[in-house]
Design a protein around this ligand. Structure first.
Ligand SMILES: [Zn+2]
Length: 109
């Protein structure tokens, strides 16, 4: 379950940044190409925050769609999965978005 490892590193970073303060909410940006399932991440977040300063915090997930640019036809298109193929049939594509996984903001007190 790859969400568990990812969520663990998010929570580690959050707890470190919080430096002992209580975390109320965390907003993360998750690109479509990371293959992270939001529901699983929510579930893992509850597990992983157990016993930490982020226990009971709300997790908000912002999804970024995958995007790519085709070097063959010059088109920019939406990538919905990991198949790196332009609608024109070319595989000479460059991923421009969708691989991000970062903490956008957090609320502490
Ligand atoms: Zn193309």
């Amino acid at each position: 379950m790859h969400e568990l490892a990812i969520t663990q590193s998010v929570v580690d970073a959050v707890c470190e940044t919080a430096a002992g303060r209580t975390v109320h909410s965390v907003r993360v940006q998750v690109g479509a190409l990371t293959a992270v399932v939001a529901d699983s991440m929510q579930f893992c977040f509850e597990l992983v925050t157990e016993g930490t300063v982020a226990h009971g915090a709300r997790l908000d997930i912002d999804h970024t769609p995958g995007g790519a640019h085709c070097r063959e036809c010059g088109d920019d298109f939406v990538l919905s999965d990991l198949v790196l193929l332009c609608p024109c049939g070319s595989a000479d594509v460059e991923v421009t978005s969708g691989r991000e996984l970062r903490i956008l903001s957090m609320e502490v007190s």
